[in-house]
Design a protein around this ligand. Structure first.
Ligand code: HEC
Length: 101
């Protein structure tokens, strides 16, 4: 019995590890969640302009986020995948401003 535990331990550790990794590797659920985690701390604290409720097309957000603009950092595909970028761009494009909410 003990020997089985010893054999299994490295595998279970491996499994735990890979599960932990996939969580941290950008397993975002929604565009809003991505905005909250990745963009918000600059864009609601006066570092960058307010992005919600601007009625801009998704391509505007995704282009600037991918390429950067002046003080705005560029987000590489390893940091923000194409699918996640599309999600956050769609969320922002459809978002309402604070006053309209
Ligand atoms: C480190 C701070 C920071 C983060 C994080 C950040 N931005 Fe920005 N962003 C800026 C700044 C500063 C500007 C203003 C750039 C300029 O002066 O042209 C800006 C500008 C923009 C603009 C242009 C706004 C306009 O009024 O034309 C868009 C769109 C934008 N950011 C989208 C995003 C998105 C989407 C994210 C998240 C994926 C994000 N930003 C994350 C700092 C940030």
């Amino acid at each position: 019995m003990k020997i089985i535990k010893i054999i299994c331990l490295p595998f279970s550790l491996l499994f735990l590890n890979s599960a932990g990794w996939s969580q941290s590797a950008n397993d975002w659920e929604s565009g809003e969640q991505i905005f909250d985690k990745v963009c918000q701390y600059c864009h609601i604290n006066d570092v960058g302009p307010i992005l919600t409720g601007r009625n801009l097309p998704p391509i505007y957000f995704s282009t600037i986020a991918r390429n950067g603009q002046n003080a705005m950092p560029a987000f590489r595909p390893t940091e923000l995948s194409a699918a996640d970028l599309e999600k956050v761009a769609n969320f922002l494009s459809q978002s309402l401003s604070e006053e309209n909410q």
